[in-house]
Ligand binder design. Sequence first.
Ligand code: NDP
Length: 528
Amino acid sequence: MTAESPFKLTYATMFNPPEELHTRFEEALAKVKAGLGKEYGMIIDGKERFADEKFVDRNPANTDEFLGIFQKGTVQDAHDAVAAAKKAFTKWSRTPWQERVALIRKAADLIDQRIFEIGAAVALEVGKNRMEALGDVAETADLFRYACDSMEKNNGFIVEMGRDPLTGFQSTNFSILRPYGVWLVISPFNFPAALTGGPSAAALVTGNTLIMKPATDTPWTARLLAECLRDAGIPDGVFNYVTGPGSTLGQALIDHPDIAGVTFTGSYDVGMKIYRDFAQSRWVRPTILELGGKNPAIVSRHANLEDAAVGIVRSAFGLQGQKCSACSRVFIEEPVYDELVERLVALTNKLTIGDPTARNVYMGPVINASSYRDYQNFAEELHQSGRVLTGGKILTEGEYAKGYFVTPTLVADLPADHRLWQVEMFVPITTIAKVSNLEEAMTRANEVMYGLTAGFYGSPEEVEWFFDRIEAGVTYANRPQGATTGAWPGFQPFGGWKASGASGKNAGGVYYLPLYMHEQIRTLVKRL
Ligand code: NDP
């Protein structure tokens, strides 16, 4: 809650927002739309940087609408950003941590003050509905603050150790966590605010200098965040914002020997490539990877089926199934299977699809032509191999004609060994299976390489059993607000096991900041 907004927004509380939220979003949207089509530079060493080649950021709900023109950064731009961040490191890393905290808090306040404008940009750029878009931005401010609070709670991670007994001497020992150097943050399209901002705040508050490289589908949101960092007074070179293809500009950053550590959030394939490439250096560098998911919900015969149905549909189809935490697999115990499936189909059929900035719309478009094609290919395969209960088609008429609109899809009777039980589809498609008992459900839930989030609906005794056995970094039980989605910093720190994440420590949680620092022991001996 801030002076600017009298309500506290989280993904779990967004279902009943005050009227003022809508009015302010609509005002901001009108303002943002009036200024569409501007050209934005990169920010390197505090200066605007323009490239010879540009790319256009389009609205996936209406591809005729140009949101902005962005720079196709080159390998040279990547190298210049690294040089600027390296130069700025000495001073920034020696800036007292309390001053860094004050600057990051100031940036968080600016994000809050601009939440409706940035939220409107997120809705237009990603195709998120207005609540999801505002949630992404509100979460970013909270991630900034969580990183600051964590620094304070740990007194800057300076700890006095024991004094080793030395006759005739006094020894003092300190453990100090210190930043690594130039930190690279590569982010995906689906949470361009939180997943660019969260790791960036962690890197900066701990004293690293920063290069932000957002997804090519979503450079605008990251630019607006970079402006908050700039306007908060973070010095030139301490943060740098570059745009351009991951395969060239991104790769040049990964291959640069002066990058000290990286946080990559994105797909498994790109993440694993980065992991391997980043290892081609003279020493081991910290590599935080947050990758894909194939998140299950398990429903027991003792479940509250109303809560299960609402939670599953929200998590399956929020942001058009394009969340790493999307509920893409559902395992239901046989006695309640028919009733729950009926409820799931009914709720899914009620979802409104359309312009995501409109108040009544729940589902916007998928992000781009490639996802649109993926959806059609998966749907075709599922029509052949399973039973499509609802959805399975694209929308092309009327208001849908210029965007990548698809229908939310539920599929039953897909053979257990079908490849689509394993693949992260990243579109609004969820497969459902009937199981004869919870053991079978758990075996199937865990038999994928991913381990990001998972949900359960059942009795209190069963819940303990679930938490104990499920292989996932974020788990929820009996939650109608979302079966597998809706994490929030400080409440549900977010991260994955197995192929879903590399560090084993969750963002927005108590163990996160130390990932951005290495330990130095300082022993000082004084002759008595
Ligand atoms: P991608 O893996 O396609 O891209 C992620 C980022 O990596 C983009 O900025 C991309 O740039 C960049 N990139 C691509 N190739 C390279 C390279 N060779 N070197 C350096 N950078 C590169 O993911 P999406 O944007 O499609 O996001 C969806 C994926 O992200 C899903 O798999 C989802 O599960 C995962 N995700 C995971 C989360 C988690 O917390 N575990 C959270 C959110 C999403 P460009 O766009 O220019 O190609």
